[in-house]
Write a protein that binds this ligand. Sequence first.
Ligand SMILES: Nc1nc2c(ncn2[C@@H]2O[C@H](COP(=O)(O)OP(=O)(O)OP(=O)(O)O)[C@@H](O)[C@H]2O)c(=O)[nH]1
Ligand SMILES: [Mg+2]
Length: 237
Amino acid sequence: MRHRPEYKVVIMGGGGVGKSALTVRFIHQIFVSAYDPTIEDSYRRNLNVDGITVALEVLDTAGTEQFMSLSSLYVRSGDGFLLVFSLTLLDSVAELHTIWEQIQRIKETTHGTAAAARGGGAGARAGAMGEKLERPRVPVVLVGNKLDLQHERQVGREVAVNLSRSWGGVPYYETSARKEINVAAIFEDVVRQMIKADAFASSGSNSSSRRSSRTGASGAGGGAGGGAGRKRRCTLL
Ligand SMILES: Nc1nc2c(ncn2[C@@H]2O[C@H](COP(=O)(O)OP(=O)(O)OP(=O)(O)O)[C@@H](O)[C@H]2O)c(=O)[nH]1
Ligand SMILES: [Mg+2]
């Protein structure tokens, strides 16, 4: 199967839920116990999923409110999304609603309908054969992190499962960056979804389904990185 040379996964969610800890665990296989609020960090690594090796760009974003204005840029630039909340903080679940709505609003026009508009894709062929047209969902994984802090848990599994159902059944994982539980699994899941969505989008056209322009979030936060302890870097592996 032909697939894109690189996919971009954007990690979003409230402040302190563990987005960076999950990212660094995935990229460097270590746990960062210190809390150093992120502005924007970008990482690259290859990942083999079901025999297909893809290059991944992982964009770790800021959860703190003051940088949330960048989130629409992140949504535009991402091929797939990890939406992270903390199992120890009920409010962090509610913080995902706005991000989810933003993904729907922005990707509704640039993702699903773009594939449908090409008209010759797998969905269109299925339609011609009398089957139900199935527009690919934007690749999203819902992540409840800090599973190891069982005694501090505030969010029941059923709350998250209900949320994932209300989002049309997006996959839900409970993770621990500290204990390395399900960290690889969330990245593998979103990569699987991205490969599938890409195959759907490109199946009807000879030209590549790659976007001709990718609105990079990099640079958008250029002036924002002045605070002590904040960082902005790109790690090339
Ligand atoms: N016990 C435990 N602590 C975690 C886990 N994941 C993250 N933490 C801790 O929670 C704090 C915040 O983690 P970060 O990864 O920096 O949170 P973040 O979502 O990147 O926060 P922002 O960059 O501000 O948006 C840090 O002290 C981490 O060590 C986990 O799975 N278990
Ligand atoms: Mg962070």
